[in-house]
Design a protein around this ligand. Structure first.
Ligand code: NAP
Length: 358
């Protein structure tokens, strides 16, 4: 496989740090540029991150002395050194949109963790096991941007990375409505217990904008390409409540679903256990061997025992049973900064390379 030079835009942040760890020994990707805000420009990665390093393993030695670029001011310099960039920045949405398109227009593909472009109709929002075919819309996006190589592709929000994978293998059984309550880790807000002590022994029943994303994004993922755009699916009906809980990493969801016909529980479990997507077919380096793991024990999946399953890229499901209002209910869980953020973006980049879009 070809080797690719990559940049991390937003390298000093929580997701950027995850990228650094995941790319340290990646078989295809080599980090050649790091960028953040103008506050970090000119500092080494070690100096710019300082006490903010929040990963369980040390900063990669080969990146620690790299000098940080200004993500907006140094675009020309950055694009000369990379084949594509990962982007995870904390900026106003309209500025992120402009920034990502600026890289794309300089013929530098952008694989983004940010939400800014998730509803741009010709930007694919991809979970490689579910809607890998959506990357074809990049051809239309390139026409709009006037580029040959450059484009923006995004991954979806971390909250839905457990329940959309669980519901997806059941979609052809006629899923009519879904209710989910998510219990989300503090790293999803870019925080640790040190930087957010109020979260110790606490639950906060509000995560700004999260419920809208949790209800709307699944429908784009299940949408179809029509006339150069992704037209969202019209079903199932979704309702979500998203709650912040005192967990470092790992989002859990309690899910209720109804179908337009009666489905045996064994059929649902069989579909989960045998499901494979494009990421498994292509044997992408970051793809879990088994995407969905079903646990029969009443007290699983648990954050501590399951979040790192298959390097944090697998989705864990348990407690499937009939419900008295909906048809079924179950609990599912995924690692929010691995599968739900940087790991999901690395997997998407692998898909884009394997399918010759990068
Ligand atoms: P974070 O820890 O606050 O890091 C923000 C990053 O953005 C830092 O590298 C920061 O650089 C950079 N930045 C801030 N202002 C900038 C500017 N004006 N120009 C260029 N760079 C700038 O945030 P995060 O948690 O990593 O999240 C980053 C993005 O990923 C957000 O859009 C978030 O919604 C998304 N996301 C996060 C998660 C998660 O689990 N945390 C999951 C999915 C998506 P400095 O260090 O120089 O300030």
């Amino acid at each position: 496989m070809k080797q690719y030079n990559v940049g991390i835009v937003g390298a000093t942040g929580m997701v950027g740090q995850r990228f650094a760890i995941l790319l340290e020994n990646h078989p295809w990707f080599r980090v050649t540029a790091l960028a953040a805000s103008s506050r970090s420009k000119g500092k080494t990665y070690r100096e710019a991150v300082g006490s903010r390093w929040a990963m369980p393993t040390p900063m990669p030695e080969k990146m620690a002395d790299m000098v940080i670029y200004d993500a907006t001011g140094d675009i020309d310099e950055i694009v000369k050194q990379v084949d594509f960039v990962f982007c995870a920045v904390d900026m106003p949405k309209d500025e992120i949109k402009k920034l990502e398109e600026a890289y794309a227009k300089k013929e530098c593909p952008v694989v983004s963790n940010n939400s800014a472009h998730r509803f741009t109709p010709d930007v694919p929002m991809v979970i490689p096991e579910i809607n890998a075919d959506h990357i074809q819309v990049i051809n239309d996006q390139r026409k709009r941007l006037g580029t040959k190589r450059g484009f923006v592709a995004v991954k979806s929000n971390c909250s839905l990375q457990s329940y959309v994978p669980a519901i997806h293998p059941l979609m052809d059984l006629g899923v009519t409505k879904v209710l989910c309550c998510t219990y989300q880790a503090i790293s999803g807000a870019g925080k640790t217990f040190e930087t957010w002590p109020e979260m110790v022994d606490n639950v906060i029943p509000y995560i700004g904008g999260e419920e809208e994303k949790s209800e709307k994004e699944p429908l784009k993922i299940w949408g179809k390409i029509e006339n150069g755009e992704i037209k969202p699916a019209s079903a199932p009906l979704f309702t979500a409540q998203c709650i912040r809980v005192p967990v470092s990493d790992g989002h859990t969801a309690a899910v209720y679903a109804s179908f337009d016909k009666k489905i045996p529980m064994e059929e649902i479990i069989k579909r989960w256990e045998t499901y494979k997507g494009r990421a498994q077919e292509l044997e992408l380096p970051s793809a879990p061997k088994q995407f969905l793991h079903y646990f029969t024990e009443d007290n699983r999946p648990q954050i501590k025992s399951e979040r790192n399953l298959e390097n944090g890229m697998a989705v864990s499901i348990g407690r499937l049973r009939p419900d008295s209002i909906f048809d079924i209910k179950f609990v599912c869980m995924s690692h929010n900064t691995l599968r739900g953020a940087a790991g999901g973006a690395v997997l998407l980049a692998e898909l884009l390379c394997a399918e010759n879009y990068i």
